[in-house]
Design a protein around this ligand. Structure first.
Ligand code: UN1
Length: 507
């Protein structure tokens, strides 16, 4: 495993770092097992409370200096981080694939997503624009400025072990914030690798120690972050259950949170769709990353006129899927993250059957040569009503539900008829139904696409969703504003002191 050496990963790794320095701790040992072959890759020592507190104190100190660097100078650091990621795309992509289990193509794609957001943030560092306003008072000027918030907590999930950190940190840094990152305890080595890659850039440029703090650990460390009044903003990715608990704690101290929670994404397949295109979008959306993206396609809402034809195409395509080692380009589908995820997948299949779902492509766990980790499962398809409890729930696995519709209104109601609101698509060549789907009476999701699938968003747009998805936006567009505080400034350059609203007050 040459890429492990290249990324400086050893069998035992410290889990707390302030940038270029590593802090010893007496936290629990987190072992990282690869779902690819079941082998232990290495272990990481989680943060304990003293090392956590020391690291956050360092972040606060760093913030005092980092915020004085001009934003374009911070952007230059982010540009160099992007270059360091370019130079390490191959080993880091391999580690993502090996530790998380996604296909190598998708591992490289994830690193590319990091590089893209660095490019975006570099440009953004010269574009943190505020508005100017006309004052109602003579010889007054009003404008607004965007100032950094301070220490930003980033709690990321196993499924995008590095890209989601990059979205949050690249924006945070150009905005003048410092970051504290708790990677998923299922992918701790990705955190070590990234910290090592950026350390070189930080050292060369004398970036203050504490601009990117790494605190490895499980739920407890996440709770320290959510309770910590030194951290004004917490950006968290994960399940709706985790998000509800975390946001309640952060809100109780009047902190801010950016939540990126569950999805239950559907594609509407119209009778006016290009069915070959719809097929590729649906299958990649459903089985890519073994169904473990928050943007994974979980439901297909298919017009009754094309239902049978499309179903036949799907069944045929699923028959051609090759399941196996994700580092081998011959396979389409890699493993789930761990055997707990496999059990959840099996329970969901059982629940679906009990609730009346009809499997047209059966699931199951793969066994035999190459499947020793016990994490490889068969992508499966069930015909199921939208209101089944299991269909309303996000199962992080490749289980696809099919349902039929007659009218576009009915299709949109089905698409919206779940608690989550992340991503959605319609496959159609008919502009009327496409525009209806995109209108305010259409999809209620944060992402709504036409003639592409639900997953694989580009970094240039704001990423996130409504309802139980949590309402947060990250990545492109003006998502940066959530990482800053807005200040309204009124300057009086006259020799009088007129009051707003015409109020008279004389002494
Ligand atoms: C996630 O699954 O948490 O749109 C993020 C996509 C990727 C990001 C997914 N760019 O599928």
């Amino acid at each position: 495993m040459e890429f492990l050496n290249h990324l400086n990963i050893s069998s035992n790794n410290a889990g707390v770092s302030t940038g270029t320095q590593w802090i010893n701790s007496n936290g629990e040992t987190i072992d990282s097992f690869s779902p690819v072959d079941g082998k232990k890759i290495g272990s990481v020592t989680a943060a304990d409370r003293p090392s956590y507190d020391a690291a956050i104190a360092k972040a606060q100190e760093a913030f005092a200096e980092w915020r004085t660097w001009p934003a374009p100078k911070r952007g230059e650091i982010v540009r160099q981080v992007g270059d360091a990621l370019r130079a390490n795309k191959e080993p880091l992509g391999k580690l993502v694939s090996y530790e998380m289990g996604k296909s190598l193509q998708e591992g490289y794609g994830e690193v590319q997503e990091m590089i893209d957001i660095c490019d975006f943030a570099t440009g953004l560092s010269r574009q943190l624009y505020g508005l100017t306003m006309h004052s109602e008072r003579p010889a007054h000027r009003m404008y607004e400025q965007w100032h950094p918030l301070g220490v930003v907590g980033i709690i990321s999930a196993f499924n995008f072990p590095v890209a989601v950190w990059a979205w949050n940190s690249a924006l945070s840094w150009v905005c003048g914030n410092v970051t504290v990152w708790k990677p998923s305890e299922k992918t701790p080595l990705c955190g070590i690798a990234v910290q090592t890659i950026i350390a070189g850039v930080f050292e060369k440029n004398n970036v203050p120690e504490g601009v990117n703090v790494l605190v490895q650990g499980g739920r407890e460390v996440g709770e320290w972050i959510s309770h910590d009044t030194r951290i004004p903003l917490v950006s968290a990715t994960g399940s709706t259950r985790m998000g509800k608990a975390l946001s309640a704690v952060v809100a109780a101290r009047l902190g801010r949170s950016i939540l990126e929670l569950g999805g239950n994404n559907a594609i509407i397949i119209s009778k006016n769709a290009d069915l070959d295109m719809a097929l590729i979008g649906s299958v990649f959306g459903a089985v890519g990353t073994a169904g473990q993206r928050c943007t994974t396609t979980r439901r297909l809402i298919i017009h009754e006129d094309v239902y049978d034809a499309f179903k036949a195409k799907l069944v045929k395509a699923y028959g051609q899927l090759r399941i196996g080692n994700p580092l081998d380009v011959n396979y389409h589908v890699g493993p789930l993250i761990d055997t707990d995820a496999v059990n959840m997948y099996l329970q969901s299949i059982e629940a679906c059957k009990q609730q009346g779902g009809n499997f047209i492509v059966d699931g199951g766990v793969m066994s035999g040569d190459g499947y020793e980790s016990g994490c490889y499962v068969k992508p499966c398809i069930a015909e199921a009503n939208n209101d089944l409890p299991i269909v309303q729930h996000e199962t992080f696995a490749p289980i696809l539900y099919l349902m039929k519709y007659k009218t576009i209104d009915e299709a949109i109601a089905l698409q919206n008829g779940v608690p989550q609101g992340l991503s959605s698509s319609i496959m159609t060549l008919n502009m009327r139904e496409a525009e209806q789907f995109l209108s305010h009476t259409g999809s209620d999701c944060g992402i709504a696409n036409v003639n592409i699938g639900t997953s694989g968003a580009e970094i240039g747009g704001a990423f996130g969703g409504e309802k139980e998805t949590g309402g947060g936006r990250e990545s492109g567009s003006d998502a940066w504003k959530a990482y800053m505080r807005r200040q309204t400034n009124t300057i009086n350059w006259s020799d009088k002191l007129p009051l707003a609203q015409g109020i008279k007050f004389d002494l």
